[in-house]
Design a protein around this ligand. Structure first.
Ligand code: SF4
Length: 368
């Protein structure tokens, strides 16, 4: 298949592996944070780590939208879904993320709440049209990649006069998370970043330039296929060897410097910055998430329903917060593969198809 099989060729992977081995300085350690969970899964699914020299380490980043959503927001969604007039619509991954008291959206659904798994915002609009006597709430999460479809849905609902539709907005911003990692009081040692791929198709590569300049960190926008990850690692290693810190774009088949300006304009029309937002693992980050603008307030579930801010704790022993900061790895968690498995997840990183713990478990890194 075009753009997939070409980027999974074994022979090219071996050539890249050889080139990386010849390029690394044996006297230094290279700590590369792959920002996205998609990168983490590519690394483990295709054995990319095994094709790297021992002194090239991948540090897993926070780029998994389900993983970074704090427990309190899931508690909010469950409370909404428990209202008799509400149909809550959301993407499947979120259903099994543990909430307070070992609850989850899946358990709430089993308990009688009307919660529906959808594949797109258009599904939520359809449910709203078909159920005019119900309040249909879309539980929106995700980075910049999934924000434009939410904006489209809100505009469409307004145009159609779909007054029983609203959005519980939890859209978050990638550059703010990168900044939080770099500005952390006890920052994790990171030499360079494999930059987001799908997010960058929307925002472009330009927003990362400030990090390359201000923090002297090389960044390479990297696609999600194994050869993308390997080529990007090679580009980062070359930058580090040369003492350069630039933004380079390996994923040039999809990403430009300016990004998708039409999508950006759409998002800017419907959303504005929240002054702060809580992230699992990273805490409260200023200007790191979006809320619905006043002109579309009728479609804002937080304004339509009484939704208190809920402070909730993670499951005791779950290391998701430290993993999302890059401070720990899944094998540092005592619950991995014992108490915590995909069938019985204790934390968000084991649930999501982009979670680091799910990657370790799925591709045999913890099962011998
Ligand atoms: S293995 Fe489970 S409990 Fe441990 S950090 Fe991952 S999700 Fe949390």
């Amino acid at each position: 298949m075009k753009y997939i099989s070409e980027f999974r060729q074994q022979g090219l992977a071996q050539q890249l592996s050889k080139a990386i081995a010849q390029t690394v300085d044996p006297d230094r350690h290279y700590r590369l944070m792959e920002f996205c969970g998609g990168h983490t899964h590519a690394i483990f699914r295709y054995g990319v780590q095994d094709l790297m020299p021992d002194n090239v380490e991948f540090i897993h980043g926070p780029g998994c939208p389900v993983c970074v959503l704090p427990t309190g927001r899931i508690d909010n969604a469950i409370q909404l879904a428990e209202r008799s007039e509400v149909i809550l619509c959301t993407y499947a991954d979120l259903m099994r993320v543990p909430a307070t008291g070992r609850n989850s959206l899946l358990k709430a659904k089993a308990g009688g709440s009307d919660i529906r798994m959808i594949y797109s915002t258009q599904d939520a609009l359809k449910i709203a049209r078909e159920n005019p006597d119900k309040q249909v709430v879309f539980f929106a999460i995700g980075f910049e990649t999934t924000t434009p479809p939410t904006a489209v849905a809100i505009k469409q609902a307004q145009a159609e006069g779909l007054t029983n539709f609203s959005v519980f907005c939890n859209h978050v911003l990638t550059p703010a998370a990168m900044q939080a990692i770099l500005d952390a009081p006890q920052p994790v040692a990171i030499d360079a970043f494999l930059g987001p791929s799908h997010v960058s198709t929307v925002i472009g590569s330009q927003p990362y330039e400030i990090f390359a300049e201000r923090y002297a960190k090389p960044i390479v926008i990297a696609g999600f296929e194994p050869l993308d990850v390997m080529q990007s690692a090679l580009m980062l290693i070359r930058q580090l060897n040369d003492g350069r810190h630039e933004v380079e774009n390996e994923y040039s088949r999809a990403v430009t410097r300016q990004g998708n300006q039409k999508a950006q304009a759409l998002v800017n029309e419907v959303f504005e910055l929240r002054s702060q937002f809580e992230w699992r693992g990273l805490g409260l980050i200023p200007d790191s998430a979006l809320k619905i603008k006043a002109g579309y307030a009728d479609f804002d579930a937080e304004q339509r329903f009484n939704m208190p801010a809920i402070q909730a704790s993670d499951v005791k022993g779950c290391e998701c917060p430290a993993i999302l900061r890059g401070a720990k790895k899944p094998q540092d968690c005592k619950l991995l593969g014992t108490v915590c498995t995909p069938e019985n997840p204790m934390g968000s990183c084991m649930v999501s198809s982009e979670g680091a713990c799910a990657a370790y478990w799925s591709y045999g890194r913890v099962r011998g």
